[in-house]
Design a protein around this ligand. Structure first.
Ligand SMILES: Cc1ncc(COP(=O)(O)O)c(C=O)c1O
Length: 423
């Protein structure tokens, strides 16, 4: 039996009590956004009920709001492994990436090169494709379609020292779960004198992040993918921010993190984000024994607990995901997409079923209380290249620390029923 206390985890999420036509809802839609634990809901409500205000005023609710904003920066710094000044909040990852591309574009000259990948979500492609308007040449790292992994040989060939100005790569594919060696990508970028941008939106639920170990200039994620509210978070290396000129009002503070934070922030969302990170830390404290031997040395306090929480969740989910892949593979007509076994991957499982559009499969699963996503999930380039657009893309099953083996058994049974229906 797994030492992971899934019953405790589930008890924290009110949404898990929901029924669909007499069956418990199974939230296998995590890569599109996870559910939130009660403490996140309480933190958002508490802020709106008791502290709702703007910042930097000379009265108590404003002072408390300053504290909420500061706490959210410190919590995200513990999540990412950096200083709080290197964390900026925004509407979502996509908006922050456009803000970043605007800042970078000021230094782009005709003929400069930018590297993106075929594996990435459009939010880590579109903002960089726009640099072509400034005369940049945008190149794509190809994906090996058999293995759904990046072609690293091509990656190395396509980075050109002195020419490549920016490299944008995903930490993990939200469509097929492939985890990329982002430290290698950042090192290649650095050697070539290019900036590196890591999209960690999908990865952030699935493993600890250490931006200093990665060595990237920027890393972006979204709190709603790891139990929090709908806000975006960006790590911006202090030294890199210093040489950029983000768009801002004359009245806006010119120093990080404020220089990236245009307008009034989502204070209640930030209060909820702190609570989400504290929830992950709580999971870590509860499961320290399970991950002790894998904890990097030298970590302390909440940072240590957050890393432990991430490792514990993944240690719980990975065997479940493997079992799910094995069982789905045994169903006639199912084709799985993703990297080979023993290749780094998240616990996200994607497949097609012969005879059905992806949307038809998800609608049928949805009617049985099994929530899964269909389509390209904005990883459109990959899904197009896989030739799956005419079939409605992929069916995506996302595991989270609140997922149970029983839910996955229900899913396998439902897919097997559908498969039998067309034979
Ligand atoms: C890998 C990945 N990158 C970027 C995004 C966009 O994030 P946001 O919704 O915060 O803009 C998503 C959202 O699904 C994603 O999965």
């Amino acid at each position: 039996m797994s030492p992971f206390d899934v019953a405790y985890v589930r008890s924290q999420f009110p949404a898990l009590k929901r029924m669909v036509d007499g069956r418990p809802a199974a939230y296998l839609d995590g890569p599109g956004g996870t559910q939130t634990p009660q403490r996140v809901i309480d933190a958002v409500a508490d802020y709106l009920a008791h502290r709702n205000c703007n910042i930097h005023g000379a009265f108590v609710t404003s002072e408390e709001t300053d504290a909420v904003v500061q706490a959210a920066h410190e919590a995200a710094a513990d999540l990412l492994g950096c200083s709080w000044e290197e964390v900026s909040y925004g509407a979502n990852m996509t908006t922050l990436a456009f803000l970043l591309s605007d800042a970078v574009s000021r230094d782009i000259e005709a003929g400069d090169e930018v590297l993106i990948t075929q594996l990435d979500h459009e939010a880590n492609r579109g903002p960089w494709l726009r640099l072509a308007e400034r005369g940049a040449v945008v190149r794509e790292v190809p994906v090996d379609l058999e293995t759904c992994t990046l072609d690293w040989g091509a990656f190395e060939r396509l980075i050109r020292p002195g020419k490549t100005r920016l490299v944008a790569v995903g930490y993990a594919s939200n469509a097929v779960g492939t985890v990329n060696d982002v430290a290698r990508a950042a090192a290649l970028a650095r050697e070539a004198g290019a900036l590196s941008v890591v999209d960690a939106v999908h990865y952030a639920l699935h493993g600890p992040i250490d931006v200093k170990a990665i060595g990237c200039d920027f890393l972006l994620c979204s709190a709603y993918k790891f139990f929090g509210p709908h806000v975006g978070i960006m790590y911006a290396r202090r030294e890199t921010t210093a040489v950029l000129e983000p768009v801002r009002l004359a009245t806006q503070e010119p120093d990080p993190p404020c220089v990236w934070e245009t307008g009034t922030l989502n204070h209640e969302g930030m209060a909820g984000t702190t609570a989400a990170i504290d929830f992950i830390a709580d999971l870590g404290e509860r499961h320290l024994g399970m991950v002790q031997d894998r904890l990097p040395a030298g970590l302390q306090g909440r940072r240590r607990a957050v890393v432990a929480g991430m490792l514990a969740g993944e240690a719980y989910e990975q065997p479940l995901a493997k079992q799910l892949r094995d069982q789905l593979a045994g169903i006639a007509g199912v084709t799985l997409y993703g990297p080979p076994e023993d290749t780094p991957r998240t616990s996200t499982v994607s497949f097609t079923l012969d005879g059905f559009q992806a949307g038809e499969v998800c609608r049928s699963l949805g009617s049985r209380g099994l929530f899964t996503w269909d389509g390209d999930f904005y990883a459109r380039r990959l899904v197009d290249l896989l030739g799956l657009t005419p079939r409605g893309g992929l069916v995506r099953v996302g595991l989270a620390p609140y997922t149970t083996q029983g839910e996955l058994e229900r899913l396998v049974e439902a897919v097997a029923d559908l498969a039998r229906a067309v034979r």
